[in-house]
Structures are given as C-alpha cells and as structure tokens.
Design a protein around this ligand. Structure first.
Ligand code: UDP
Ligand code: UDP
Length: 376
C-alpha cells in the first residue's frame, strides 16, 4: 500500500551461515523502503558474528537492534556441546506462537538448499508412514522418497536425526509440522542450481484428495483402514470422512477414525474433515495430484477438467459404470477386487499401495493432463 511503511523484524539463528544471508536480506529490505528491526540473540556465539553485526549497524544506523537474551541451555539436555547448535535450538521452536498471538505475518528464511527444505518438510510424514506400517517404532531404513525429487539416500540424513530421542530431532519434527502455519518461505537458490527441485516445490503435486461424494457413508472399520492406508502411502492428504449419508446427521466424531496418538501423527501428514468441502476448489489446487473417488459423475468430470488422476472405488448405483469410463480413458485406475464399497473389507496395506501407485504413475498423469486440455 502506498504511504504505509512496512516493518520487518529479522531473527537470525546462531552462526555466520545464518547471520550473513539475514543481513543481506535486511539490506535489500532497507533498499525497498522497509523499516528493519534486527533481533540479536545474546550471548553472541562467535567474534565473527559480533563484528559483523557491529559493522552492519554502523553502515545502516536506521536499523533498530533488539537484544534478545537467551536462557542458558545445558549441554546434557541438548545432547551436544556445539555452542552454535545450543543457541539455535533455544530459538527456532518458539517463534510461531509469539507471532501468531500478535497476528503478524510469519516468513522463514531457510538458510540451506531447496533440496534440504524438501527434506525438512517431508521427512516427518515419511517417518510417520514408516512408524504406522511397522511395529510402532520408527525405522530409518531405505532412501527417503519425496514425490518428484531424486530420492535422498539414507546415508545423507543429518546424523543427529538418527540419534533416538535427541532434542534436535524432536525440534526438527515439531518445526516441520509447523511449516504450514508460515505465510511464505524465502530460500537463497536459483534455477540453474536446483531447477528440478525448485519446479517441484513450486508445483508441489503431492497431495491426495479422498472423498466418496455427498451421499456415501462408510462403516467405521473400513474408514479406519483408509486412514491406515493413507499413512502407509506416505502422501500428504485431504480426506473427507463421512459415516452418515446426510451431512446434517454428522457429529463431531473424528476421534473414531483412530486412537489419539495415531490421530496426532495423521494430522502431521494430512487433513481429516467431516464437513462439506469445496471440492471444485480442492481438485483445481495445484498441489492435488490424485483423487480417491467413488466415481459419482460430477466428481469424475471435475477431476478430468482439472487433470487429476482417479483411484476409483465405486460404492453404489452408476459408479462402477462411470469407473469403467475412467479406466478406459486412462484417467484412473480401478481395483476390481475391492468390489462395491462395503462388499469387501479392504485392508490399509492394500489401500496404501494403491494410493502410492496412483500418485506415482506417470502414464496416468500424462493422460489426465491430455484430458484436461480436451475438457477445456
Ligand atoms: N565464512 C567466512 N570465513 C570463514 C568461514 C566461513 O567468511 O573463515 C562464511 C562463508 O562465506 C559463509 C558462512 O561463513 O557465508 C558459512 O556458512 P555455511 O552455510 O557455508 O556453513 P555453516 O557455517 O553454516 O556450517
Ligand atoms: N462435493 C463437494 N464437497 C463435498 C462433497 C461433494 O463440493 O464435500 C461436490 C462434488 O464436487 C460434486 C458433488 O458434490 O460436484 C457430488 O456429486 P457426485 O456426482 O460426484 O457424487 P454424489 O454425491 O452424487 O454421489
């Protein structure tokens, strides 16, 4: 807005690797007529940081320095003696509730690669999917598979994440889940260096939408298996749960989906709702890459119009016949042995595999993109 001065507070973590890009951003903001406040953690860890801050403040006297005194964190609790790390973990987790309570826009300046940002945002959901599929304890075996991105080898995972129950790992998980609360990310990278990852992050075609239309109610045991399948798929999801055919009969009953601890993990991977959603808006969202659908004809047409491949699970009426249209035209896949909804009890393991196939099938993506053109 013309005439309004934008105030931006910058809060770098410890180390030159954080401070330098923050100060470059500060200089850019000043150049663009923002009023900048620089929050500096104390005690400052290194001499290099203190000297750089002093030089910066002399060069830009209009910057308002805000001293932030850290409570000491003992090395035993943090499981580390690295002073940069000790300062860092004292800072990063606590900012969002503060800015939220003040209704401030919250940006993150991510001071690593876009590939690392992808890992940061996906790793907790990958971990949750492995935990639910196994014995209850997390497994780090195998590469980390992030949709559309070159897999991250197990041996590249930051070593501290592999130490059970350490503070860094806990904060990493907590902060990752909070990413959706941020307004924007800023990352210092460019097309030439990270073209594929940047493009993927921009499109983020990684969310599966699950809905069986406005009139299909499922039984709770089958609903729970769908939840298990979604977790096993490792995909982010938006899942509309209906256990009553008419929406006005729905109660606040999402606790039935899974016991508390599993529900908490599900919330890190996706969104579970039992209210009417604007499906047209969901299918048109660029992040949505697959639709588990009963194949009501309106849903099929909407998916085709937005180029979203379908995993068909007909429940009733005309839906199997519609699903045949979907399969014949390459818009989606049908698990014939699942029968009508309610006819056969389908286990989470099988649902998870089918969702993985839906989300990873390049042929379906191509065909859906072609149909989108024709639909238009
Ligand atoms: N740096 C420097 N002189 C040194 C060591 C580091 O100027 O002797 C700068 C380097 O140019 C970079 C930053 O400090 O901007 C280090 O950040 P980086 O992300 O590379 O690594 P980190 O220190 O965070 O592990
Ligand atoms: N729909 C929606 N939000 C919901 C559920 C359904 O907007 O939570 C819309 C969906 O986009 C579609 C219609 O409701 O246009 C459902 O029609 P469809 O023929 O797919 O299935 P039916 O509900 O008739 O079985």
């Amino acid at each position: 807005m013309s005439g309004t001065i934008v105030h931006v507070a910058l809060f770098p973590s410890a180390g030159m690797g954080h401070l330098t890009p923050f100060l470059r951003l500060a200089a850019w903001l000043i150049d663009n007529h923002c009023q900048v406040g620089l929050i500096t953690p104390h005690p400052t860890v290194s001499l290099a940081e203190s000297e750089l801050i002093s030089r910066f403040l002399s060069a830009f006297p209009q910057v308002n320095q805000i001293h932030f005194h850290l409570l000491p964190l003992d090395a035993a609790t943090a499981n580390s003696t690295d002073p940069f790390y000790l300062c860092g973990v004292s800072l990063i987790s606590s900012v969002i509730p503060v800015t939220e309570s003040q209704c401030l826009a919250n940006y993150i300046l991510f001071t690593s690669s876009v590939r690392m940002l992808s890992f940061f945002s996906f790793f907790p959901s990958v971990l949750a999917s492995r935990t639910s599929a196994g014995s209850g304890s997390a497994s780090f075996d195998g590469d980390v598979e992030i949709p559309e991105i070159l897999p991250i080898p197990n041996s590249s995972i930051p070593p501290l994440l592999l130490v059970p129950n350490n503070l860094f790992a806990n904060i990493f998980m907590e902060d990752s889940a909070k990413l959706t609360k941020l307004n924007r990310f800023l990352v210092n990278s460019f097309e030439g260096l990270e073209a594929q990852t940047l493009q993927t992050l921009d499109e983020e075609k990684s969310v599966v939408y699950v809905s069986f239309g406005s009139r299909t109610a499922m039984k709770w045991p089958q609903i729970r298996e769908i939840g298990d399948g979604l977790m096993r798929s490792g995909c982010r999801f938006l899942w509309v749960v209906e256990d009553k055919p008419v929406d006005r009969d729905e109660e606040e009953n999402l606790d039935e989906v899974a016991e508390h601890e599993l529900m908490e993990r599900m919330r890190k991977q996706g969104l579970v709702m039992n209210t009417w959603v604007n499906q047209e808006e969901v299918s048109s969202h660029k992040a949505v890459a697959g639709f588990v659908s009963h194949c009501g004809w309106n849903s099929v047409i909407e998916a085709a119009y937005h180029g979203v491949p379908i995993l068909a699970w007909p429940q009733n009426g005309d839906q199997k016949i519609n699903a045949e249209v979907v399969v014949t035209n390459g818009l989606g896949m049908l698990m014939k042995n699942w029968g009508w909804g309610g006819e056969i009890f389908v286990k989470g393991e099988e649902i998870g595999e089918a969702i993985k196939e839906l989300m990873g099938n390049e042929l379906l993506k191509m065909k859906a993109a072609e149909l989108k053109e024709e639909a238009r």
